[in-house]
Design a protein around this ligand. Structure first.
Ligand code: FAD
Length: 323
């Protein structure tokens, strides 16, 4: 029996987020012959994001655009999700495991009486059974879950599932505008004060250069920022560095900070406390720079450099500049 998979494509400031394409990638893994993939794009300014999605050759892109959607509130966005669900009648709804996805997914699952599997890092379809892998206990273990019945709601951890590729034939998608459902707004956002945490979103960055208490000051982050800029990465931090006032808490990675899974994570002057590992141990390649050869970070590192970060980081920057 054919199924309909609805993908919530997250955008920010009118631009499609990378996680939207990874969520679409997850839909491609799930979709069998005859299944239909549809996308919901909602926001206040989504023309560019709609154009960016069209080449992926999806059956339908539902768009819902309104000034009320400039800032996220669950009232507005949940109404949009429900309007799309009304149109698509999906069997599966996929979200990115982001702040917004983590908010909308359980509301969606409750509204559909669906089961939910969250924070999925891998999907396997074998002998007609689909299993979803997710980390447990701050990444110390993994479990594989399967749904016993439908509908399904799933959230996809950023940077784990390969992003969808545009259709080789140029692709085209049927775009269906859905009227803004104008829900009752119980709360509205009056103002958003953004903290600038760098040019690249930490949660989506492919390369993260993180500093710990070993950077010793706010100025100590400068060599890390230089290397991150050169490599097109983002700067992160341990709580030790945040608590010491060297950087903003928006950069904190770990159990009580952000979870990142970049392709390369470079930990500079970070001891490797369990709470920090909870936020980065799933990174594909971990490089640790620490002057203490006994630092626990070396136990999880793929490559370790024992030395002073103020010598090593500028050397790396110099070498990468030559490439
Ligand atoms: P330190 O442990 O002080 O390590 C500094 C390291 O820098 C040392 O290994 C040292 O050898 C090295 N170093 C010093 N100078 C240099 C140099 N010049 N060159 C190279 N290396 C150098 N922590 C997090 O990170 N994220 C969290 O989300 C988090 N949540 C927590 C939640 C709870 C409930 C609790 C109790 C703690 C939490 N922590 C968290 C704190 C955590 O336990 C550690 O205290 C913290 O991660 C330590 O930060 P650090 O590694 O930067 O500092």
């Amino acid at each position: 029996m054919s199924r309909t998979i609805l993908v919530y494509a997250e955008s920010r400031d009118g631009k499609l987020r990378q996680v939207a394409l990874e969520t679409l990638g997850a839909a491609h893994i799930l979709a069998g012959d005859g299944d239909s993939i549809r996308i919901l794009l909602a926001g206040s300014n989504i023309t560019e994001a709609t154009t960016a999605l069209t080449p992926y050759g999806t059956d339908t892109i539902y768009t819902i655009e309104h000034d009320d959607m400039e800032n996220y509130t669950p009232d507005v966005y949940m109404a949009a999700v429900q309007a799309a669900i009304g149109e698509a009648q999906p069997d599966v709804v996929l979200f990115g495991h982001t702040a917004i996805g983590r908010d909308l997914a359980p509301l969606t699952a409750a509204s559909m009486s669906a089961g939910q599997i969250s924070d999925v890092t891998a999907i396997e379809v074998e002998d007609g059974e689909t299993s979803f892998t997710r980390p447990l206990y701050a990444g110390k273990a993994f479990e594989k879950r399967v749904f016993q019945s439908g509908p399904w709601v799933v959230t996809i951890r950023p940077n784990n599932i390969p992003a969808a590729e545009p259709s080789p034939d140029g692709g085209s998608s049927n775009i269906v505008d859905i009227a803004y459902p104008a829900p009752l707004l119980r709360t509205i956002v009056k103002d958003v004060v953004r903290k600038t945490t760098g040019k690249i979103d930490l949660a989506e960055a492919k390369i993260v250069i993180s500093g710990g208490r070993g950077v010793k000051s706010a100025d100590g982050f400068k060599p890390l920022e230089e290397l991150a800029d050169l490599l097109g990465g983002a700067v992160g931090a341990s709580r030790g560095a945040c608590d010491a006032g060297y950087c903003d808490y928006a950069l904190q990675i770990g159990q009580t900070g952000k979870v990142v899974t970049p392709e390369i994570y470079i930990a500079c002057g970070i001891s490797g406390a369990i709470q920090h590992l909870a936020g980065m141990s799933q990174s594909r390649v971990i490089i640790a720079i620490n002057k203490d050869p006994e630092a626990p970070i070396f136990k999880v590192a793929d490559y370790g450099i024992v030395g002073d970060l103020f010598d090593i980081v500028p050397l790396l920057t110099e070498e990468f500049r030559k490439v």
